[in-house]
Design a binder for this molecule. Structure first.
Ligand code: GLV
Ligand code: GLV
Length: 317
């Protein structure tokens, strides 16, 4: 019987589909180290991974029976896809089903930062609220403000729709500009990265993490942002130079940041946690019950397809 190893317990809806195979699920409520993972998945035909599992060349070469790595995430920067390709191991992800949830969370961060929700909550809990005041915790209005979307993929586009409902103007930057027709349909305007940063009141990042996008936003680009500007990241932490961002926030050279992802997750620098002009979330982009269930069904379908010699619906390589 074909063996499937799952590195962390997933929603049951997905696991249920896999029980007719020899299914092994890490029952502990913790991540596996690399040697543990190799040991755990030894001889597996299929491996289901989280974005926190580093599936590098060594892991891929040690798991000699492996036919498929199904990542329980849309991003797959945790997997050495070159090594997988060389060994003929199929890699799949979970695109589409988490678009709306991630766009919602992006909007939540935009509202939380511009309207100082978390600061306000802390203020109330500390017992500091002693009445409505004309200039208490003032934020920024969204109407007629410019949102700059870096990376106009599925999630970026879903954020555009939401921002439009709030009356924002949207500019975008993408490796490949969208067609004129699509720009018109979304009512967005293409800008160079530099112009986007200069123009935008809110900048939101929606690119995958690759060699090209690592530290895409560092000091020299943060410098271009308005002092009233807000930076939102729900993509991957390393797209932004975290140390540079900390410095800009500390010196109030931008108004605020909203971060769902960090450069060395789950480590979050103390210097960042100390600042009150940043909202920090524990990577919750796709964290709705419905979405995580859909993602579990998707990884299961991808694995089943490969184990049956078929092309999986969400193949990356
Ligand atoms: C989450 O960050 C994902 O890539 O699915
Ligand atoms: C605020 O609460 C107002 O009524 O203006």
């Amino acid at each position: 019987m074909q063996k499937i190893s799952v590195t962390y317990k997933l929603p049951e809806e997905g696991l249920r589909l896999l029980r007719r195979y020899d299914l092994k699920v890490n029952a502990e409520d913790r991540f596996l180290s690399k040697p543990e993972l190799i040991d755990f998945a030894y001889n597996a035909d299929a491996l289901i991974t989280l974005l926190s599992d580093q599936i590098d060349r060594e892991v891929i070469e040690r798991l000699e029976n492996l036919k498929v790595i199904a990542n329980y995430a849309v991003g797959f920067n945790n997997i050495d896809i070159v090594a997988a390709k060389e060994r003929g191991v199929v890699v799949t992800n979970t695109p589409g089903v988490l678009t709306e949830a991630t766009a919602d969370l992006t909007m939540a961060l935009i509202l939380a930062t511009t309207r100082r929700l978390v600061e306000g909550d802390r203020f109330v809990r500390r017992g500091l609220f002693d009445g409505w005041k004309p200039e208490l915790l003032l934020g920024v209005s969204l109407k007629d403000r410019v949102l700059g979307i870096i990376g106009l993929g599925r999630i970026g586009k879903a954020v555009v729709q939401r921002a439009k409902a709030f009356g924002m103007k949207v500019v975008y930057h993408n490796r490949m500009p969208a067609s004129k027709k699509e720009e018109k349909a979304l009512s967005v305007e293409y800008k160079s990265l530099e112009d986007l940063l200069k123009l935008s009141d809110v900048v939101s990042v929606h690119v995958p993490l690759t060699k090209e996008t690592r530290h895409l936003i560092g000091s020299s680009r943060l410098k271009l942002m308005k002092p009233t500007g807000v930076l939102i990241n729900t993509s991957r932490g390393a797209v932004i130079d975290e140390q540079a961002l900390i410095q800009f926030l500390r010196e109030r050279r931008i108004f605020a940041a909203g971060l769902d992802v960090f450069e060395n997750e789950p480590e979050i620098p103390y210097a960042l946690r100390e600042l009150d002009n940043v909202v920090l979330l524990p990577h919750l982009g796709s964290a709705t019950r419905e979405t995580r269930m859909e993602m579990a069904l998707m990884v299961a379908r991808n694995v089943i397809a490969v184990l049956n010699g078929k092309r999986p619906p969400n193949r990356v390589v």
